[in-house]
Design a protein around this ligand. Structure first.
Ligand code: BGC
Length: 379
């Protein structure tokens, strides 16, 4: 047999994917070391790859989506998430890039809440408030790889057990994060948790998306749709006032696609002033608990489109307003205001102090879930 025939036979043995014909069974998961932290702790990463050029790397520090490579309309692949090239930087300059955030993503006013008549005090790490789980939240913890699988869907499950009283929250909380990538260009992320005592929680992923990828333009020209007729206005410290305000006639109306930059400087709206732009929880239309469309982000230049569906009642839309150019991320690039879009599905901020908001409570015997589905395409 000629060399050429040998090669062809080998390709046929590998199946249709090797021939670039597409396949229902092409997604793979590979596990590899991802360096170590300054204290010597070894970090690992699992990379999920499908047959259409999408790959997601998840590292054990913070169950973090460390990179997400997606092709543009010409098929050029680029990482569309902000972050760092090595694990220690995620601890040295914490900004929750790609991280799994908990126990309570977003803010709790003055770091205080009561549950069943008992008061709890959390660290205040964001002005007067508690933000994203406190001083050492889930983003700064080492998660264990529980399972890894390849197949029609490649997936990894990471687990973390948070001790009773950790960061001031009651109950031992057992948490898992499962990332799955399929051949339909869908990345699915599901958080689950159980508790030993009644507690409150809000787990989410804090990826900073910039669909331009390696071009690294800012996101002002991205088109955003938010399936939300109402949002929760905030005070000057970004704590919800309790109101659910209609977006109609405000810079918060993204029910049809709008350029991010069009209204982001419109200081006639006090909410834009408080947020320095967008940093608000939108109330996702439809019934919480069922998976439904929440957001679409389109980059007209690269053609990349990301659709997000959620089970959560709300989604925080944040435009990287606190990125100040002092952080240098992947490829030594400075990150500045407006360089990314965060869309963080969860319960509303400060829910433990708002009895009429969807509950953040979890009781023993119940299983908490939060499912986020990201679907990618290019046009
Ligand atoms: C918050 C921002 C905060 C950022 C930190 C977002 O979820 O809404 O106010 O600065 O997280 O990375």
């Amino acid at each position: 047999m000629t060399k050429m025939t040998n090669c062809l036979m080998a390709l046929l043995a590998l199946g249709p994917m090797a021939l670039g014909m597409g396949s229902a069974q092409a997604a793979t998961a590979t596990r590899a070391p991802f360096g170590q932290l300054a204290d010597g702790t070894k970090v690992e990463a699992v990379t999920l790859t499908n047959g259409h050029g999408i790959s997601a790397r998840i590292m054990t520090l913070g169950a973090t989506l460390q990179s997400l490579v997606v092709p543009d309309k010409a098929g050029n692949k680029a990482d569309i998430t902000l972050g760092y090239d090595n694990a220690q930087d995620y601890l040295s300059h914490p900004d929750y890039f790609g991280a799994s955030v908990g126990r309570y993503a977003n803010r709790i006013a003055k770091g205080k809440f009561t549950l069943d008549g008992k008061s709890y005090t959390l660290a205040t790490n964001d002005g007067p408030n508690s933000l994203h789980g406190g001083l050492k939240g889930f983003d700064k913890r080492m998660w264990a790889i529980e399972s890894v699988s390849s197949g029609p869907e490649a997936s990894v499950t990471l687990a973390y057990t948070s001790a009773d009283g950790e960061e001031g929250f009651p109950g031992e909380l057992k948490v898992t994060a499962t990332y799955s990538l399929n051949e339909d260009n869908t990345l699915r992320l599901q958080y689950k948790a159980t508790t030993s005592k009644p507690t409150v929680l809000n787990l989410t992923n804090h990826s900073y998306f910039n669909l331009s990828g390696n071009d690294a333009r800012d996101v002002m020209g991205n088109m955003v749709t938010l399936h939300a007729a109402r949002f929760t206005p905030v005070d000057a410290t970004l704590i919800p006032t309790g109101e659910r305000r209609a977006v109609a006639g405000t810079p918060f109306d993204f029910r049809t696609p709008h350029r991010v930059g069009d209204r982001i400087r419109d200081g006639r709206d006090q909410q834009i002033r408080y947020g320095r732009g967008y940093d608000h929880n939108f109330i996702v239309d439809g019934a919480a608990g069922t998976l439904r469309p929440a957001a679409v982000v389109e980059d007209p230049v690269s053609g990349r489109v990301m659709q997000i569906s959620v089970t959560a009642p709300g989604i925080q839309f944040y435009t990287g307003n606190f990125l100040d150019g002092t952080f240098f991320g992947k490829n030594s690039r400075a990150y500045r205001q407006g360089d990314a879009i965060c869309l963080e599905p969860g319960v509303f901020p400060d829910s433990p102090n708002h009895p009429d908001f969807p509950t953040a409570r979890l009781n023993p015997g119940q299983t908490y879930t939060n499912t986020i589905v990201y679907k990618f395409s290019a046009k």
